[in-house]
Design a binder for this molecule. Structure first.
Ligand code: ADP
Ligand code: MG
Length: 319
């Protein structure tokens, strides 16, 4: 079972940023309004994620670490309409198999928090307010071959921050803070969507982009699209969300590229943040363990909708 978990971990946990992504997903699913991320050595030595969400009952703590144990869906049918970030019940088990993991959690009803040490299975009383802290230390300590593939601490830190940024853009009402070795390195206060985009991507992106809002058939798209004047805007500002989930999708990326090609003839690297909403039954998020890939039922319609909406913003008729 240890081996199976470690193989599964290979798919979910590639580097500290993958741990950050999964743990922030969990904190969001728990209804948190404040999420703190504390990192040591780019996350390799320690990743602590603290939230103020609903917490985990003491009796449920061991279950949270079990493979394929999820509290989020009850049947396969639920997969068609999944609204939580998690549903596979793999992340905590996978992370625990390649690190020293502890869960500290307190529900609103509990008199105090409980701490579960994953390795020993030991449960002990602990002190903290309502919510959960997941502590992940010495990532890949038992799999030196994996650890060898990690880059410098500063590179791993940058990836961790990027993982939080991806969540922060789509959850403006949640406050986020990231510390590295005790120093606050990023903070995004609870806000609204347009303020959050400004806070995360910078004023320059706002000044050099236009808002997009379109409804095309069953697809709703909103966000901001970078203009050619934004020569200095970082071209790595490319964020696409489908039903609140950050995705890297070749179809959508292609639609965006071809819209920029057609209107701006490649003068400009696309920069954008797009929130796409679509009936969950029309998109499969269970394609890859990390859920970063999706599969659309009607990919042609999606491609066309995105391309048209972006072209309309880049070259507004009558402007
Ligand atoms: P999944 O998110 O797919 O359900 P995970 O392995 O990520 O699977 O988490 C397992 C379970 O642990 C979750 O279903 C949830 O019940 C519980 N859990 C994990 N993290 C938290 C958290 N921060 N707050 C509350 N419950 C949590
Ligand atoms: Mg999860």
């Amino acid at each position: 079972d240890e081996l199976v978990s470690q193989i599964a971990a290979g798919e979910v946990v590639e580097r500290p940023a993958s741990v950050v992504r999964e743990l922030v997903d969990n904190a969001l699913d728990a209804g948190s309004t404040q999420i703190g991320v504390r990192l040591v050595a780019g996350g390799v030595r320690a990743i602590l994620i603290e939230d103020d969400g609903g917490g985990i009952e003491a009796s449920e703590l061991p279950l949270a670490l079990k493979r394929h144990a999820t509290s989020k869906i009850r049947s396969l049918d639920d997969l068609e309409s999944v609204t939580t970030m998690g549903f596979r019940g793999e992340a905590l088990a996978a992370i625990a198999s390649v690190s020293e993991l502890a869960l500290v959690s307190r529900t609103p009803a509990a008199g105090h928090a409980q701490r579960l040490d994953a390795r020993s299975g030991e449960l002990s009383p602990a002190a903290r307010a309502q919510g959960t802290t997941v502590e992940v230390r010495e990532l890949f300590f038992s799999t030196p071959a994996r650890r060898k593939f990690l880059k410098s601490d500063s590179t791993e830190l940058a990836h961790c921050i990027e993982a939080v940024r991806r969540h922060a853009l789509v959850r403006p009402m949640v406050g986020f803070a990231v510390w590295h070795e005790g120093k606050l390195v990023e903070q995004w206060r609870a806000s609204d969507e347009s303020q959050r985009i400004k806070d995360v991507l910078g004023e320059e992106f706002i000044d050099n982009s236009r808002p997009l809002e379109a409804e095309i058939g069953p697809i709703a798209i909103r966000g901001r699209v970078g203009l050619p004047a934004a020569a200095r805007t970082r071209s790595d500002h490319q964020y696409v969300y489908v039903n609140g989930r950050y995705v890297r999708d070749r179809l959508i990326a292609h639609a965006l590229r071809s819209a920029y090609e057609d209107v701006l003839h490649g003068q400009k690297q696309p920069a954008y943040v797009l929130f796409i909403e679509i009936d969950p039954a029309r998109v499969d998020v269970n394609v890859h363990p990390t859920k970063i890939e999706v599969r659309f039922r009607d990919s042609g319609a999606i491609h066309q909708a995105v391309k048209r909406a972006v072209e309309d913003v880049l070259a507004p008729s009558g402007a």
